[in-house]
Design a protein around this ligand. Structure first.
Ligand SMILES: [Fe+2]
Ligand SMILES: [Fe+2]
Length: 319
């Protein structure tokens, strides 16, 4: 049974417990020796771990460990640069006798996926433009099954059970408020844009039913969800008879929502709804990562460095 959770691990503490493998690789250190680099998790958080001085024979047996396996690890919690790590002494793959509860290992979005999905579907049904409504509703119904558990990322922002739906729903809630302030925005276009913008993450990554990404797909690596999104929109708009202007504007929102070429956007947003979509996306991703970092932080202290937040440490207020 699992007893210690990542969120509660204290530096210098010895631990023997179970952790889920989110990522692993055998690397060669600057001293020329091999080591195992692990990214571990449970439902409370994530932690990096290292097993130093791995022999060739050991490397061979470690190569059998897969992302998604649960390992029993005996090790020590270390702290470097205000980031905790685990130094692994012994490890083995968990088995039936360990009688583990899978739910101890997977983070889940805080709302029921069925309710989140219904919220999205209602917002899609409220789109007044019939072409955009058809696109929004079709995207949701086509992808319903996988949306119920799909994460929004492999690590960090919304890497959790039903994380993609949670990301879309909070963006949608914010989008609705935004349209009350910036009354020139087309609510129809923005709502459809939010529903569409990351939908192709379903085909960019492979995930299991606990919302864990095992790998990026061939298409995901070579194209990515922005371009995959534009291709899917092309197909869908053709099928639904959506006029070219609307189709191309939606496709522009798909390819521009990451804003910068180094994040995959070949164009920057060229109309207000596309601009707003990008900032809604950023806001939700950044606040998610901050909230997540703070779950592992004591009041009055700073979090560990957060890679996705430019290595910032986040302060948790005391009141
Ligand atoms: Fe995206
Ligand atoms: Fe997104």
């Amino acid at each position: 049974m699992k007893e210690r959770f990542v969120v509660n691990l204290i530096p210098d503490e010895e631990v023997t417990d179970f952790f889920l493998v989110r990522d692993l690789s055998v690397k060669v250190g600057s001293n020329g020796k091999q080591y195992l680099d692990l990214f571990l998790a449970d439902k409370s958080g994530e932690i990096r771990a290292k097993k130093w001085d791995v022999s060739d024979a050991e490397a061979e047996s470690l190569a059998r460990i897969r992302v998604g396996d649960i390992l029993k690890i005996k090790g020590t919690v270390t702290e470097w640069n205000s980031t905790r790590q685990l130094r692994v002494g012994k490890l083995r793959v968990a088995n039936e006798q360990d009688a583990l509860d899978k739910r101890d290992f997977f983070k889940a979005a805080p709302e029921d996926p069925v309710k989140m999905y219904d919220y999205m579907l209602k917002a899609a049904a409220a789109v007044t433009d019939k072409d955009l409504r058809a696109v929004a509703e079709r995207l949701l119904t086509l992808n319903k099954d996988r949306l119920m558990y799909w994460p929004a990322a492999s690590k960090n922002h919304h890497a959790e059970y039903a994380g993609l739906l949670w990301h879309m729903k909070r963006m949608l809630m914010t989008a609705e408020k935004l349209c009350e302030v910036y009354t020139g925005l087309s609510r129809d276009l923005l709502v459809t844009g939010v529903i569409m913008h990351d939908m192709e993450k379903l085909n960019e990554m492979d995930a299991d039913e606990m919302g864990v990404v095992s790998e990026y797909t061939f298409e995901g690596v070579l194209l990515g969800h922005l371009v995959q999104g534009a291709i899917e929109l092309d197909r869908l708009c053709d099928e639904l008879g959506v006029p070219d202007e609307k189709r191309i504007m939606l496709e522009h929102m798909a390819i521009s929502h990451h804003y910068e070429p180094e994040y995959g956007s070949p164009k920057k947003p060229m109309f207000p709804e596309a601009e707003a979509l990008h900032y809604l996306d950023m806001l939700d991703a950044k606040l998610f990562d901050m909230e997540d970092a703070l779950t592992m932080t004591q009041p009055g202290e700073f979090s560990e460095r957060v890679w996705t937040l430019d290595n910032r440490r986040i302060y948790k207020r005391t009141w």
